[in-house]
Write a protein that binds this ligand. Structure first.
Ligand code: GUN
Ligand code: FE
Length: 419
Protein backbone atom coordinates (compact mmCIF):
# COMPACT_ATOMS: atom_id res chain seq x y z
CA UNK A 1 0.00 0.00 0.00
CA UNK A 2 1.23 3.51 -0.83
CA UNK A 3 1.39 6.04 1.99
CA UNK A 4 2.67 9.58 1.83
CA UNK A 5 4.48 11.89 4.23
CA UNK A 6 4.12 15.60 3.49
CA UNK A 7 6.50 18.23 4.88
CA UNK A 8 9.85 19.92 4.27
CA UNK A 9 12.16 17.14 3.10
CA UNK A 10 15.88 17.42 3.87
CA UNK A 11 18.62 14.86 3.44
CA UNK A 12 22.36 14.43 2.93
CA UNK A 13 22.68 11.77 0.21
CA UNK A 14 26.43 12.37 -0.17
CA UNK A 15 29.16 13.75 2.08
CA UNK A 16 28.83 17.54 2.08
CA UNK A 17 25.62 17.62 0.06
CA UNK A 18 22.32 18.83 1.46
CA UNK A 19 19.20 18.38 -0.65
CA UNK A 20 15.95 20.05 0.24
CA UNK A 21 12.42 19.77 -1.13
CA UNK A 22 10.15 22.40 0.39
CA UNK A 23 6.64 21.14 1.12
CA UNK A 24 7.49 17.88 -0.58
CA UNK A 25 5.99 14.41 -0.68
CA UNK A 26 7.81 11.28 0.43
CA UNK A 27 6.06 8.27 -1.08
CA UNK A 28 6.32 4.94 0.72
CA UNK A 29 5.18 1.47 -0.25
CA UNK A 30 5.02 -0.84 2.75
CA UNK A 31 7.61 1.30 4.49
CA UNK A 32 9.98 1.32 1.49
CA UNK A 33 10.81 4.70 -0.08
CA UNK A 34 9.49 4.92 -3.63
CA UNK A 35 10.38 8.56 -4.29
CA UNK A 36 10.58 12.18 -3.20
CA UNK A 37 8.41 14.66 -5.10
CA UNK A 38 7.87 18.43 -5.06
CA UNK A 39 4.22 17.89 -6.04
CA UNK A 40 2.03 14.88 -5.36
CA UNK A 41 2.26 12.44 -8.31
CA UNK A 42 -1.06 11.67 -9.96
CA UNK A 43 -0.65 7.96 -9.20
CA UNK A 44 -0.81 8.87 -5.51
CA UNK A 45 -4.13 10.69 -5.68
CA UNK A 46 -6.39 9.27 -2.99
CA UNK A 47 -3.53 7.67 -1.01
CA UNK A 48 -3.44 8.43 2.71
CA UNK A 49 -1.22 11.44 3.49
CA UNK A 50 0.35 12.17 6.86
CA UNK A 51 0.72 15.93 6.82
CA UNK A 52 3.57 17.25 8.95
CA UNK A 53 2.90 20.82 7.84
CA UNK A 54 5.94 23.07 8.21
CA UNK A 55 8.00 20.43 10.05
CA UNK A 56 11.34 19.11 8.76
CA UNK A 57 11.44 15.47 7.66
CA UNK A 58 15.05 14.24 7.67
CA UNK A 59 16.93 10.92 7.96
CA UNK A 60 17.24 9.54 11.49
CA UNK A 61 20.56 9.15 13.28
CA UNK A 62 22.83 6.09 13.49
CA UNK A 63 25.02 5.66 16.58
CA UNK A 64 27.89 3.36 15.69
CA UNK A 65 29.50 3.23 19.10
CA UNK A 66 27.94 3.20 22.55
CA UNK A 67 28.00 1.04 25.68
CA UNK A 68 24.53 0.05 26.83
CA UNK A 69 25.39 -0.76 30.49
CA UNK A 70 27.17 2.58 30.81
CA UNK A 71 23.84 4.36 30.27
CA UNK A 72 23.46 4.49 34.05
CA UNK A 73 26.80 6.23 34.54
CA UNK A 74 26.54 9.07 32.05
CA UNK A 75 28.24 12.17 33.42
CA UNK A 76 30.27 10.25 36.01
CA UNK A 77 34.04 10.14 36.42
CA UNK A 78 34.48 12.74 33.71
CA UNK A 79 37.56 14.20 35.38
CA UNK A 80 39.53 10.95 34.95
CA UNK A 81 41.58 9.76 31.99
CA UNK A 82 40.45 6.63 30.16
CA UNK A 83 42.27 3.85 32.00
CA UNK A 84 41.49 5.25 35.47
CA UNK A 85 37.88 5.89 34.47
CA UNK A 86 37.54 2.26 33.36
CA UNK A 87 38.85 1.00 36.69
CA UNK A 88 37.05 3.45 38.97
CA UNK A 89 33.62 3.41 37.32
CA UNK A 90 33.11 1.37 34.21
CA UNK A 91 34.04 -2.20 35.09
CA UNK A 92 32.16 -1.93 38.40
CA UNK A 93 29.06 -0.55 36.76
CA UNK A 94 29.07 -3.21 34.07
CA UNK A 95 29.40 -5.97 36.70
CA UNK A 96 25.88 -5.03 37.91
CA UNK A 97 24.42 -6.43 34.69
CA UNK A 98 24.78 -9.93 36.03
CA UNK A 99 21.30 -9.09 37.33
CA UNK A 100 19.00 -9.52 34.33
CA UNK A 101 16.02 -7.84 36.04
CA UNK A 102 18.14 -4.71 36.49
CA UNK A 103 19.33 -5.04 32.88
CA UNK A 104 15.71 -5.26 31.72
CA UNK A 105 14.77 -2.00 33.47
CA UNK A 106 17.80 -0.09 32.23
CA UNK A 107 17.69 -1.43 28.68
CA UNK A 108 13.97 -0.78 28.25
CA UNK A 109 14.59 2.85 29.17
CA UNK A 110 17.66 3.06 26.93
CA UNK A 111 15.80 1.62 23.92
CA UNK A 112 12.93 4.03 24.39
CA UNK A 113 15.33 6.98 24.82
CA UNK A 114 17.17 6.05 21.64
CA UNK A 115 13.96 6.19 19.63
CA UNK A 116 12.86 9.38 21.41
CA UNK A 117 16.12 11.05 20.39
CA UNK A 118 15.86 9.89 16.78
CA UNK A 119 18.48 7.11 16.72
CA UNK A 120 17.19 4.11 14.78
CA UNK A 121 20.39 2.21 13.99
CA UNK A 122 23.14 1.34 16.47
CA UNK A 123 26.26 -0.72 16.94
CA UNK A 124 26.39 -1.27 20.65
CA UNK A 125 28.59 -2.87 23.29
CA UNK A 126 26.71 -4.78 25.97
CA UNK A 127 28.47 -6.12 29.09
CA UNK A 128 30.16 -9.52 29.28
CA UNK A 129 26.86 -11.12 30.39
CA UNK A 130 25.15 -13.34 27.83
CA UNK A 131 21.69 -13.15 29.41
CA UNK A 132 21.72 -9.38 29.85
CA UNK A 133 22.96 -9.06 26.25
CA UNK A 134 19.97 -11.07 25.02
CA UNK A 135 17.68 -8.86 27.13
CA UNK A 136 19.26 -5.79 25.49
CA UNK A 137 18.69 -7.19 22.00
CA UNK A 138 15.09 -8.01 22.84
CA UNK A 139 14.40 -4.53 24.23
CA UNK A 140 15.97 -2.81 21.22
CA UNK A 141 13.93 -4.93 18.84
CA UNK A 142 10.76 -4.22 20.78
CA UNK A 143 11.37 -0.47 20.59
CA UNK A 144 12.30 -0.56 16.89
CA UNK A 145 16.02 0.12 17.23
CA UNK A 146 17.94 -1.89 14.61
CA UNK A 147 21.60 -2.85 14.09
CA UNK A 148 24.26 -4.74 15.99
CA UNK A 149 24.85 -5.65 19.63
CA UNK A 150 27.94 -7.37 21.01
CA UNK A 151 28.42 -9.42 24.12
CA UNK A 152 31.72 -7.98 25.38
CA UNK A 153 34.73 -10.30 25.67
CA UNK A 154 37.37 -9.51 28.29
CA UNK A 155 39.49 -12.08 30.07
CA UNK A 156 42.14 -9.82 31.60
CA UNK A 157 42.54 -6.32 33.08
CA UNK A 158 38.81 -5.86 33.51
CA UNK A 159 38.37 -5.81 37.30
CA UNK A 160 35.10 -7.29 38.54
CA UNK A 161 33.85 -7.62 34.97
CA UNK A 162 36.51 -10.12 33.96
CA UNK A 163 35.76 -13.63 32.59
CA UNK A 164 37.87 -16.77 32.26
CA UNK A 165 39.12 -17.34 28.71
CA UNK A 166 37.24 -20.62 28.18
CA UNK A 167 34.09 -19.15 29.71
CA UNK A 168 34.32 -16.12 27.46
CA UNK A 169 34.46 -18.31 24.35
CA UNK A 170 31.76 -20.73 25.55
CA UNK A 171 29.44 -17.88 26.51
CA UNK A 172 29.99 -16.23 23.13
CA UNK A 173 28.90 -19.45 21.44
CA UNK A 174 25.84 -19.74 23.72
CA UNK A 175 24.95 -16.14 22.96
CA UNK A 176 25.29 -16.65 19.20
CA UNK A 177 23.05 -19.75 19.38
CA UNK A 178 20.40 -17.72 21.23
CA UNK A 179 20.34 -14.70 18.88
CA UNK A 180 17.08 -14.98 17.02
CA UNK A 181 16.09 -11.43 16.30
CA UNK A 182 14.90 -9.84 13.08
CA UNK A 183 16.38 -6.35 13.37
CA UNK A 184 19.18 -6.75 15.91
CA UNK A 185 22.14 -8.91 14.97
CA UNK A 186 25.31 -10.03 16.77
CA UNK A 187 28.72 -8.42 16.35
CA UNK A 188 31.87 -9.87 17.93
CA UNK A 189 33.21 -7.48 20.56
CA UNK A 190 36.66 -7.96 22.04
CA UNK A 191 36.62 -4.93 24.40
CA UNK A 192 40.10 -3.70 23.42
CA UNK A 193 43.53 -5.30 23.20
CA UNK A 194 44.52 -4.74 26.87
CA UNK A 195 41.40 -6.64 28.08
CA UNK A 196 41.78 -9.67 25.80
CA UNK A 197 44.40 -12.40 26.01
CA UNK A 198 46.04 -13.60 22.81
CA UNK A 199 44.16 -16.87 23.14
CA UNK A 200 40.81 -15.08 23.34
CA UNK A 201 41.66 -12.79 20.41
CA UNK A 202 42.60 -15.84 18.33
CA UNK A 203 39.35 -17.65 19.21
CA UNK A 204 37.28 -14.60 18.28
CA UNK A 205 39.17 -14.07 15.02
CA UNK A 206 38.51 -17.70 14.09
CA UNK A 207 34.82 -17.32 14.88
CA UNK A 208 34.62 -14.10 12.85
CA UNK A 209 36.00 -15.93 9.82
CA UNK A 210 34.04 -19.18 10.24
CA UNK A 211 30.69 -17.46 10.73
CA UNK A 212 31.37 -14.33 8.74
CA UNK A 213 30.58 -12.13 11.73
CA UNK A 214 31.36 -8.43 11.96
CA UNK A 215 33.75 -7.14 14.65
CA UNK A 216 33.85 -3.97 16.77
CA UNK A 217 36.43 -2.69 19.24
CA UNK A 218 38.46 0.35 20.33
CA UNK A 219 41.61 1.72 18.69
CA UNK A 220 44.25 4.35 19.50
CA UNK A 221 42.04 6.32 21.88
CA UNK A 222 44.55 7.42 24.51
CA UNK A 223 48.35 7.63 24.77
CA UNK A 224 48.53 5.51 27.95
CA UNK A 225 46.43 2.82 26.28
CA UNK A 226 48.65 2.83 23.18
CA UNK A 227 51.81 2.46 25.31
CA UNK A 228 50.19 -0.46 27.14
CA UNK A 229 49.31 -2.23 23.88
CA UNK A 230 52.94 -1.80 22.81
CA UNK A 231 54.08 -3.55 26.03
CA UNK A 232 51.56 -6.36 25.59
CA UNK A 233 52.37 -6.87 21.89
CA UNK A 234 56.03 -5.89 21.40
CA UNK A 235 55.93 -7.65 18.02
CA UNK A 236 53.27 -5.22 16.72
CA UNK A 237 54.68 -1.94 15.39
CA UNK A 238 51.23 -0.34 15.79
CA UNK A 239 48.06 -0.90 17.81
CA UNK A 240 45.96 -2.03 14.84
CA UNK A 241 48.33 -4.91 14.20
CA UNK A 242 47.30 -6.50 17.51
CA UNK A 243 43.86 -6.95 15.92
CA UNK A 244 45.18 -7.84 12.47
CA UNK A 245 47.35 -10.60 13.95
CA UNK A 246 44.22 -12.46 15.02
CA UNK A 247 41.93 -11.90 12.02
CA UNK A 248 39.90 -9.14 13.66
CA UNK A 249 41.02 -6.42 11.22
CA UNK A 250 38.73 -6.92 8.24
CA UNK A 251 36.11 -5.43 6.00
CA UNK A 252 33.43 -3.62 8.06
CA UNK A 253 35.30 -3.92 11.36
CA UNK A 254 34.26 -0.91 13.46
CA UNK A 255 37.04 0.78 15.41
CA UNK A 256 36.00 3.47 17.87
CA UNK A 257 38.10 6.63 18.35
CA UNK A 258 41.25 6.37 16.16
CA UNK A 259 42.43 9.62 17.81
CA UNK A 260 46.12 8.79 17.41
CA UNK A 261 45.94 6.83 14.16
CA UNK A 262 48.77 8.14 11.99
CA UNK A 263 49.07 7.89 8.23
CA UNK A 264 50.20 4.25 8.35
CA UNK A 265 47.34 3.19 10.63
CA UNK A 266 44.83 5.18 8.59
CA UNK A 267 46.04 3.57 5.36
CA UNK A 268 45.71 0.13 6.95
CA UNK A 269 42.09 0.99 7.75
CA UNK A 270 41.29 2.18 4.25
CA UNK A 271 42.94 -0.88 2.72
CA UNK A 272 41.12 -3.39 4.92
CA UNK A 273 37.73 -1.63 4.81
CA UNK A 274 37.86 -0.97 8.56
CA UNK A 275 35.54 1.87 9.66
CA UNK A 276 36.51 4.61 12.11
CA UNK A 277 33.82 5.63 14.58
CA UNK A 278 34.42 9.18 15.73
CA UNK A 279 33.24 9.93 19.28
CA UNK A 280 34.08 13.60 19.79
CA UNK A 281 32.36 14.13 23.16
CA UNK A 282 34.06 11.14 24.73
CA UNK A 283 37.45 12.15 23.37
CA UNK A 284 37.12 15.58 24.95
CA UNK A 285 35.51 14.41 28.23
CA UNK A 286 38.28 11.90 28.94
CA UNK A 287 40.93 14.29 27.62
CA UNK A 288 41.89 11.66 25.07
CA UNK A 289 42.47 14.08 22.18
CA UNK A 290 40.78 15.15 18.94
CA UNK A 291 40.63 12.71 16.05
CA UNK A 292 41.80 13.72 12.58
CA UNK A 293 38.48 13.13 10.87
CA UNK A 294 39.31 15.14 7.76
CA UNK A 295 42.55 13.22 7.32
CA UNK A 296 40.79 9.87 7.77
CA UNK A 297 38.22 10.83 5.13
CA UNK A 298 40.85 12.18 2.74
CA UNK A 299 42.73 8.88 2.99
CA UNK A 300 39.60 6.94 2.08
CA UNK A 301 38.63 5.65 5.51
CA UNK A 302 34.89 5.27 6.08
CA UNK A 303 33.87 7.34 9.10
CA UNK A 304 30.67 7.32 11.14
CA UNK A 305 29.80 8.89 14.48
CA UNK A 306 29.19 7.44 17.94
CA UNK A 307 27.90 8.86 21.21
CA UNK A 308 30.24 6.52 23.12
CA UNK A 309 27.93 6.63 26.12
CA UNK A 310 29.26 6.90 28.75
CA UNK A 311 32.69 8.32 27.82
CA UNK A 312 30.24 10.52 25.92
CA UNK A 313 27.84 12.22 28.30
CA UNK A 314 24.89 12.54 25.89
CA UNK A 315 22.86 9.83 24.21
CA UNK A 316 21.29 12.14 21.63
CA UNK A 317 23.11 11.89 18.33
CA UNK A 318 22.17 15.47 17.43
CA UNK A 319 24.64 16.38 20.23
CA UNK A 320 27.26 14.03 18.78
CA UNK A 321 26.96 15.75 15.40
CA UNK A 322 27.47 19.18 16.99
CA UNK A 323 30.39 17.89 19.07
CA UNK A 324 32.01 16.48 15.93
CA UNK A 325 31.78 19.93 14.35
CA UNK A 326 33.28 21.60 17.43
CA UNK A 327 36.08 19.05 17.74
CA UNK A 328 36.90 19.54 14.06
CA UNK A 329 37.19 23.29 14.70
CA UNK A 330 39.65 22.63 17.51
CA UNK A 331 41.57 20.43 15.06
CA UNK A 332 41.52 23.20 12.45
CA UNK A 333 42.98 25.64 14.98
CA UNK A 334 45.73 23.12 15.78
CA UNK A 335 46.57 21.86 12.29
CA UNK A 336 44.72 23.91 9.69
CA UNK A 337 42.67 20.88 8.51
CA UNK A 338 39.30 22.23 7.36
CA UNK A 339 36.54 21.76 9.95
CA UNK A 340 33.41 19.69 9.28
CA UNK A 341 30.50 21.72 7.92
CA UNK A 342 27.00 21.10 9.25
CA UNK A 343 25.88 19.01 6.25
CA UNK A 344 29.16 17.01 6.41
CA UNK A 345 28.82 16.23 10.11
CA UNK A 346 25.13 15.42 9.74
CA UNK A 347 26.03 13.02 6.91
CA UNK A 348 28.49 11.25 9.21
CA UNK A 349 25.89 10.99 12.00
CA UNK A 350 23.09 9.73 9.76
CA UNK A 351 23.77 8.56 6.20
CA UNK A 352 27.25 7.13 6.85
CA UNK A 353 25.93 4.93 9.66
CA UNK A 354 22.90 3.84 7.63
CA UNK A 355 25.18 2.89 4.73
CA UNK A 356 27.26 0.76 7.11
CA UNK A 357 24.18 -1.39 7.67
CA UNK A 358 23.25 -1.52 3.98
CA UNK A 359 20.71 1.29 4.25
CA UNK A 360 20.16 4.05 1.74
CA UNK A 361 22.11 7.23 1.03
CA UNK A 362 19.70 9.76 2.51
CA UNK A 363 16.12 9.08 1.43
CA UNK A 364 17.20 6.68 -1.30
CA UNK A 365 14.37 4.89 -3.10
CA UNK A 366 14.29 1.14 -2.54
CA UNK A 367 15.26 1.41 1.13
CA UNK A 368 13.12 1.23 4.25
CA UNK A 369 12.46 4.64 5.74
CA UNK A 370 14.58 5.74 8.73
CA UNK A 371 13.47 9.28 9.50
CA UNK A 372 12.74 11.91 12.12
CA UNK A 373 10.23 14.71 11.96
CA UNK A 374 11.46 17.90 13.64
CA UNK A 375 9.06 20.67 14.58
CA UNK A 376 11.21 23.81 14.71
CA UNK A 377 8.27 26.13 15.40
CA UNK A 378 9.11 26.15 19.13
CA UNK A 379 12.62 27.54 18.51
CA UNK A 380 12.96 31.29 19.18
CA UNK A 381 11.12 33.23 16.48
CA UNK A 382 13.74 34.17 13.87
CA UNK A 383 14.27 37.82 12.95
CA UNK A 384 13.51 37.07 9.30
CA UNK A 385 12.22 34.22 7.20
CA UNK A 386 14.77 31.41 7.07
CA UNK A 387 15.71 29.29 4.08
CA UNK A 388 15.41 25.52 4.45
CA UNK A 389 19.20 25.03 4.73
CA UNK A 390 19.21 27.64 7.50
CA UNK A 391 16.38 25.86 9.28
CA UNK A 392 18.29 22.59 8.90
CA UNK A 393 21.39 24.11 10.49
CA UNK A 394 19.36 25.51 13.37
CA UNK A 395 17.61 22.16 13.85
CA UNK A 396 20.96 20.35 14.09
CA UNK A 397 22.19 22.78 16.75
CA UNK A 398 18.97 23.30 18.72
CA UNK A 399 16.89 20.13 18.49
CA UNK A 400 15.88 18.47 21.70
CA UNK A 401 13.74 15.39 22.11
CA UNK A 402 10.60 17.47 22.57
CA UNK A 403 11.04 18.86 19.04
CA UNK A 404 11.11 15.38 17.50
CA UNK A 405 7.48 14.73 16.68
CA UNK A 406 7.78 11.38 14.92
CA UNK A 407 10.41 8.70 14.31
CA UNK A 408 10.33 6.07 11.58
CA UNK A 409 12.53 2.98 11.75
CA UNK A 410 12.56 0.21 9.14
CA UNK A 411 9.60 1.87 7.47
CA UNK A 412 7.37 1.87 10.57
CA UNK A 413 6.42 4.78 12.79
CA UNK A 414 7.96 4.01 16.17
CA UNK A 415 7.33 7.29 17.92
CA UNK A 416 4.36 9.61 17.68
CA UNK A 417 4.81 12.77 19.74
CA UNK A 418 7.54 13.36 22.32
CA UNK A 419 7.69 15.17 25.62
N1 GUN B 1 38.29 1.24 25.91
C1 GUN B 1 37.99 0.05 26.47
N2 GUN B 1 36.80 0.07 27.05
C2 GUN B 1 36.30 1.30 26.85
C3 GUN B 1 35.08 1.94 27.22
O1 GUN B 1 34.19 1.37 27.85
N3 GUN B 1 34.93 3.23 26.82
C4 GUN B 1 35.89 3.89 26.12
N4 GUN B 1 35.67 5.15 25.76
N5 GUN B 1 37.05 3.31 25.76
C5 GUN B 1 37.25 2.04 26.14
FE1 FE C 1 33.76 2.96 23.83
Amino acid sequence: MLTILHGNLLHAPAFGTLETIPHGYLVLEDGVIRGLFPVLPEACAGCPVTDYGESLIMPSFADLHLHAPQYVMMGMGMDLPLLEWLDAYTFRTEARFEDTAYARRVYRQLASDLIASGTTRVSMFSSRHTDATLVLMEELERAGVTGYVGKVNMDRHAGPSQEETAESVAETLRWLESCRFQLVKPILTPRFTPSCSNELMAALGKLAAERDLPVQSHLSENTGEIAWVKELHPDCPQYWESYAKYGLWKDRTLMAHCVYSDEREQRAMAEAGVWAVHCAASNLNLCSGTASVRELLDRGVQVALGSDVAGGDQLDMSRAVVMAIRASKIKQMETGAPFLTVPEAYYLGSTAGHLYFGGGAGFQPGHKLHAIVVDDSAFPEPARELTLPERFERAVYLMERRHIKAVYSEGAERLHGNT
